[in-house]
Design a protein around this ligand. Structure first.
Ligand code: IPE
Ligand code: IPE
Ligand code: MG
Length: 253
């Protein structure tokens, strides 16, 4: 388990340990090219592949991406079903390559609404890569930040009912889906919107936020480098003053 940024001050370096991305703008990317929205999702998978490769090269240890939100079920049925099929195909096609590259795959979110084949493939992909250590790639699918907090609360109360009145942040945190990772250092949202859209609500408490108009399918290595340069210019104070940070390792120093 990792420390909480609201309880202890995390170590920070020039390269973020954990990058979290809302991969937004696939539909608009396709529309600009007079293509169906789903063509944008297809290209989005390629952009993800490039970002995974870049993160390994840069030494980022955790990459967490929002692929499908609990709210995305509200989309037209054919788009939802295309996304499910794409997800399954992507897992089947990419998993051996991820494994060869020593990448651990994790999937977070409520799996109950996925069909059996997809559930089984997710499980197999996670087991196959469980001991890999170059990068942990976490895909958030049917994920919502509020769902995560709620399910953690329910599990904690079920397992430790005697803590109901007294539990602390440290008691609670192990039940969150991202309990194996440090909190994100850098959050990126592509596609121009400046909102969190129910992504990792708990974990983003002290994350540096970066928004770009670039649409996800066009987000390449150069765009990732720009986000990291922006991160490196930030002063991460975690509640302290600038003066207190003199001589401390921090991006931007
Ligand atoms: C993000 O792109 C991918 C998913 C939400 C699955 P969008 O599909 O939201 O693309 P825009 O925002 O409509 O352009
Ligand atoms: C957020 O994108 C979720 C994913 C990228 C998977 P949306 O495009 O669905 O977000 P909103 O609804 O515009 O905020
Ligand atoms: Mg969108």
């Amino acid at each position: 388990m990792h420390d909480s940024s609201t309880l202890t001050i995390p170590q920070v370096g020039d390269i973020p340990r954990h990058v979290a991305i809302i991969m937004d703008g696939n539909g608009r990317w396709a529309k600009q090219r007079f293509m169906p929205r789903v063509a944008g999702h297809q290209r989005g998978v390629e952009a993800l592949r490039d970002s995974v490769k870049a993160c390994v090269e840069l030494g980022v240890k955790y990459l967490t991406v929002f692929a499908f939100s609990s709210e995305n079920w509200r989309r037209p049925a054919d788009e939802v079903s295309f996304l499910m099929t794409l997800f399954l195909k992507m897992l089947e096609r990419e998993i051996s390559k991820l494994h060869q590259n020593n990448i651990r795959l994790r999937i977070i979110g409520d799996r109950s609404r996925f069909d059996d084949k997809l559930k089984q493939t997710m499980q197999e992909a996670e087991s196959l890569t469980a001991n890999n250590s170059a990068l942990t790639l976490t895909i958030a699918a049917n994920y919502g930040g509020r769902w995560d907090v709620m399910q953690a609360m329910q599990s904690l109360l079920k397992e430790k009912p005697h803590l109901a009145q007294t539990f602390t942040e440290a008691d609670f945190q192990p039940y969150l889906t991202m309990n194996d990772a440090p909190e994100p250092d850098l959050f990126i949202r592509t596609g121009g919107e400046q909102r969190i859209s129910n992504f990792m609500l708990w974990q983003l408490a002290y994350t540096e936020l970066y928004f770009t108009d670039t649409l996800w399918p066009a987000f390449d290595r150069n765009e990732l480098d720009k986000a990291i340069v922006s991160y490196q210019k930030r002063e991460r104070r975690f509640g302290r003053t600038s003066e207190q940070l003199e001589g401390q390792p921090s991006p931007g120093r």
